[in-house]
Design a protein around this ligand. Structure first.
Ligand code: ADP
Ligand code: ZN
Length: 436
């Protein structure tokens, strides 16, 4: 019998119950940070506050923010709140946007993280009878070990394949009968493409669900992956600083991710002013970890843009939901004054469905003018079309981009399989302006 929830008492608690848990844990975390992390003691002193000023969730906004630079300034272990010998594991961020940040976990932290990803596996329809195929990278990157811990906590059978060697991934999917695939959405797409190229009918594979995250992706990309692999694809979100994947996860409704808010207290702020925004507003996501010992963080600014909602979810979970992440503020390109996220380009391309789902944004500057070129990959069939037909398609894409993005881009149609495939987080931007 499939369980609907991993921890029903929390996942379906009333808002009052959740807030009561959060209040106790917030107060405890603030004391722990003040007492054990000199960085926080200093910040509190500068603001003229002490842990006694924090009595309820409404006091959250009195607390200082923590930003990525703080972790870099205290690299590698300056923000630890426990003696080094109490640590159980070290992980580090992928370093997508600069020097990698390091996180230290106690045994309790690792167990808490495993509980979070176990909730995600159950929400994706997983049971303890399932084979969980983990193709996130194992190592300092949190993806592999994060999902691994959840599958073990549930008593599933884990297949720790790690990322890479796509041929082998497909053989294992087929031969071992993996039930749930876990990897980045861009790698899922690549694995799906490989399945198709090998002439395997996805219906003959046992895999029925995917848990994909660690990078932004669109609903259109979800449909593409679901079609290629014949599965239901679920989003999962997280970041190393907070724990890793499993900070939030998607249920069967597939309309956003439930945040494990008994562990991570979310807020949305205006990234310019730092002011808290009301529920439903789009802004920067901020987390306070309220049940972490090794490296607790207060009001950590994720730089990820999304919205929060407490609207009732058909799955019965009451945990607050965050929308898909459009992208991080660092990924946002400003081209001739217009904000552009790669996810918008993905949305348009896949909505049109005229080409392969692979693209690259190349930003440059000519005569003091920003330029955007979008490389779009042709399908095999298109590649044999006449030049005129290909130009027509490029024109359709160009017009659709102009109306959706609000800027004109040059569309360059490139050969099938010429855009590099990703086994982890996809790289979608080449910004040549940085070298000028
Ligand atoms: P890095 O910042 O080096 O990539 P991490 O490996 O810790 O470090 O990745 C965390 C970041 O990955 C998040 O802050 C977010 O930008 C992105 N991310 C993770 N999961 C998702 C998701 N489901 N959707 C969109 N972005 C995601
Ligand atoms: Zn739900």
């Amino acid at each position: 019998m499939q369980n609907r929830y991993y921890t029903p008492e929390v996942e379906t608690a009333s808002v009052e119950e959740l807030k009561a848990i959060q209040t106790v844990r917030l107060i405890r975390t603030v004391k722990h940070c003040y007492k054990n992390v000199p960085f926080y003691k200093k910040k509190f002193d500068e603001l003229g506050i002490t842990p006694d000023d924090i009595k309820s969730l409404d006091d959250l906004s009195k607390l200082p923010f923590t930003v990525k630079q703080d972790l870099r300034d205290n690299y590698p272990f300056g923000l630890l709140a426990v003696p080094k010998e109490d640590l159980y594991r070290i992980q580090a961020s992928s370093g997508t946007t600069g020097k990698q940040t390091v996180a230290g976990y106690t045994k309790e932290d690792i167990d808490m993280w495993g509980e979070c990803t176990a909730r995600a596996i159950v929400a994706a329809g997983g049971t303890k009878e399932d084979f969980i195929h983990v193709s996130y990278g194992y190592g300092l990157f949190t993806g592999g070990f994060g999902l691994h811990a959840g599958a073990e906590a549930m008593g599933c059978t884990v297949i720790p394949v790690s990322s890479g060697n796509t041929e082998r991934q497909v053989n294992i999917l087929k031969d071992f009968g993996s039930d749930i695939l876990c990897c980045t959405p861009s790698y899922a797409l690549y694995i799906g493409e490989h399945v198709r190229d090998k002439g395997i009918d996805p219906k003959t594979l046992k895999v029925r669900a995917g848990i994909f995250g660690a990078e932004p992706w669109t609903d259109n990309m979800r449909k593409e992956i679901e079609k290629l692999l014949g599965i239901k694809a679920h989003d999962i979100y997280g970041l190393t600083e907070i724990c890793g994947p499993g900070v939030s996860f998607e249920c069967e409704e597939q309309t956003g991710m439930h945040i494990n808010e008994d562990y991570f207290l979310p807020e949305i702020i205006d990234p310019e002013t730092g002011k808290q925004l009301p529920e439903g507003s789009t802004g920067e996501l901020v987390f306070t970890t309220i049940q972490k010992y090794g490296m607790p963080l207060i009001r950590y600014r994720t730089r990820d843009i999304c919205t929060l909602t407490r609207e009732k979810c058909s799955c019965g979970r009451t945990l607050i939901k965050m929308s898909r992440v459009t992208g991080r503020t660092d990924d946002m390109l400003i081209i001739r004054g217009v904000n552009v996220f790669p996810s918008q380009v993905e949305h348009v391309l896949l909505e049109l469905g005229l080409t392969a789902p692979y693209y690259m944004l190349i930003v440059d500057r000519h005569n003091n003018m920003d330029t955007l070129e979008i490389e779009v990959e042709m399908t095999e069939e298109m590649f044999s079309d006449s030049v005129r037909k290909i130009e027509e398609t490029a024109n359709i894409i160009k017009n659709a981009m102009a109306s959706y993005l609000g800027i004109t881009a040059t569309i360059k149609m490139v050969e099938p399989k010429s855009i590099p495939r990703s086994e982890g987080k996809a790289k979608r931007i080449i910004d040549k302006r940085k070298f000028i």
